[in-house]
Design a protein around this ligand. Structure first.
Ligand SMILES: Cc1cc2nc3c(=O)[nH]c(=O)nc-3n(C[C@H](O)[C@H](O)[C@H](O)COP(=O)(O)OP(=O)(O)OC[C@H]3O[C@@H](n4cnc5c(N)ncnc54)[C@H](O)[C@@H]3O)c2cc1C
Length: 276
């Protein structure tokens, strides 16, 4: 069976009513860079596809100290904003120009490992996600959105509408290490956001991609630098803790063994980048 109908709602209420009407048989598609190859290869065979391109879910808006990023905002649009440099850096390291012109920030949260590079940066930034469904809207921390390998907190009849990012000033670093210099899947991705109080680290977020079933934070590594002035021994303790805590996997890109070691190397380098 191939796709028989492509639906293009012009608003969020219209999109939600189509979901209610067709139920789980309706495939939601944003930029299509993950969903389309699966259809083309016959792995996913939906009868109906609903595209979000014209549903009014794109755009970036600053509201007080929160940046609201519409779920259907493209990665190219994210690259153009300058309110949150870490997100620009993450977008720059994701795929190629052509994929970034189609692929969306929302879609990045659904990308199977080792993908989801922007999601790693969003996790380090304490982002929240706004979900909408027939019972209304709810927001939850991105950390609670991911529940397992290719599973998340989104109900069958809900859409991801917006990602909300606090824009309070933080020191950040982003490193994606792949087998090629650019346009490459991650061996490991590291995103860090810290806040200092009187020169010492007050809060720390260290998020990893391709080191677990979904983007993860490494709490012991974060704890290793809180209270420090990011001296080299604190950085080394954080890198060692991250290596112990991460849950990497083996795929065509790298082995679990290699990924774990690269977590140590790149958490250390990213923290040194914060210091620099
Ligand atoms: C050649 C190539 C290279 C790539 N390189 C990278 C890379 O380096 N780093 C990286 O992170 N990713 C990479 N990707 C993966 C992908 O392009 C990005 O992750 C992109 O952000 C996915 O967004 P999309 O809108 O295209 O997702 P889509 O394909 O449109 O969506 C995928 C699925 O997500 C769900 N979904 C999407 N939006 C919503 C929503 N608003 N509400 C509910 N469900 C939703 C749907 O189930 C949908 O089927 C690459 C892809 C390709 C083809």
């Amino acid at each position: 069976m191939t796709v028989r109908e492509y639906l293009s709602p012009r608003s969020l209420p219209e999109a939600l009513s189509l979901m209610e009407r067709y139920g789980p048989d309706l495939l939601v598609m944003a930029g299509g860079t993950v969903a389309m190859p699966l259809i083309n290869d016959g792995i996913s065979l939906p009868e109906r596809v609903m595209g979000l391109r014209h549903a009014g879910l794109d755009g970036i808006a600053q509201r007080g100290d929160v940046l609201g990023i519409g779920a259907a905002t493209t990665l190219t649009q994210l690259l153009a904003q300058d309110a949150v440099p870490l997100l620009r850096e993450a977008a720059r390291n994701t795929a190629s120009w052509s994929i970034r012109n189609m692929g969306t920030v929302g879609g990045n949260l659904f990308t199977p490992p080792p993908g989801g590079d922007v999601a790693v940066a969003l996790l380090a930034l304490d982002a929240r996600v706004r979900l909408a469904g027939p019972r209304g809207e709810r927001t939850l921390p991105l950390a609670d959105f991911f529940t397992g390998f290719m599973t998340n907190a989104l109900a069958e009849d809900e859409l991801l509408v917006e990602i909300q990012v606090p824009t309070t000033v933080r020191e950040t670093a982003f490193i994606k290490f792949g087998r090629k210099h650019a346009n490459t899947p991650a061996v490991v991705t590291v995103a860090i956001a810290v806040e200092r109080r009187d020169g010492r680290i007050g809060t720390a977020r260290i998020a990893l991609g391709a080191a677990g079933p979904h983007p993860i934070r490494v709490a012991d590594a974060e704890a290793a630098i809180v209270g420090s002035a990011l001296e080299s021994d604190a950085i080394q303790r954080a890198a060692d803790a991250a290596m112990r805590e991460c849950r990497p996997f083996t795929d065509a890109i790298a082995t679990e063994w290699y990924r774990r070691r690269m977590v140590g190397v790149f958490v250390k380098r990213a923290l040194e980048r914060v210091v620099a």
